[in-house]
Design a protein around this ligand. Structure first.
Ligand SMILES: Cc1cc2nc3c(=O)[nH]c(=O)nc-3n(C[C@H](O)[C@H](O)[C@H](O)COP(=O)(O)O)c2cc1C
Length: 172
């Protein structure tokens, strides 16, 4: 929205852990300094704003569909995400999003902890996301879902083991 994407990559160092918290809608309620630094925004520019400010146009819709359907059923998500920075650049992460509960078991918030994506994962995920996105241009998520399922099947996995599969791809 209003930002023209460029091919300038922002470095995520191995020591960086990028953290943010979101409310039920996904609005940012907290983020750590490295989150703002890499994204190129100040704290006040992003607090109470939707996380989708970081949404990169290269991200397939089907990944966010999986993301939210897991969170809404109180399940964790591990997913590779390409994020858009304020200057139009990007950075890749493996995000681990958890649903945090209050002591009385009511919803507290969502917490995302992100690490830089490994080089080996990049070689697998970038072409996968490009093909998912390409399918969505003409056929929407009806077209990208079977491609994602094929990819998971080829990796001996399924949507039920998506998170573990993404962690394996990161670590290999
Ligand atoms: C805790 C939390 C962290 C999130 N982090 C990101 C993120 O880093 N990048 C991103 O594009 N979306 C993130 N999202 C998902 C967004 O809320 C949004 O669903 C996504 O950007 C897709 O945008 P859309 O729903 O408007 O299509 C996060 C959501 C939550 C709850």
């Amino acid at each position: 929205m209003g930002i023209t994407p460029t091919d300038i990559e922002h470095e995520v160092r191995t020591i960086d852990i990028i953290v943010s918290k979101g409310d039920a809608k996904g609005d940012i309620t907290y983020a750590n300094p490295i989150f703002f630094k890499i994204a190129g925004y100040t704290q006040s520019e992003l607090t109470d704003k939707p996380h989708s400010i970081l949404r990169h146009p290269d991200m397939p819709k089907i990944i966010f569909k999986y993301f939210w359907s897991n969170l809404k059923s109180n399940k964790d998500v591990k997913a590779f995400v390409k994020n858009l920075t304020k200057d139009g650049g990007f950075y890749w992460v493996l995000a681990h999003v958890r649903v945090a509960m209050n002591p009385d078991k009511t919803f507290r918030n969502y917490v995302s902890t992100r690490k830089g994506m490994s080089t080996s994962a990049r070689a697998i995920i970038e072409p996968l996301y490009a093909s998912l996105l390409n399918a969505e241009v003409s056929g929407g998520m009806q077209a990208s879902l079977p491609l994602l399922e094929d990819f998971l099947r080829d990796n001996g996995a399924s949507l039920a083991t998506f998170n573990e599969t993404m962690q394996k791809i990161q670590d290999n």
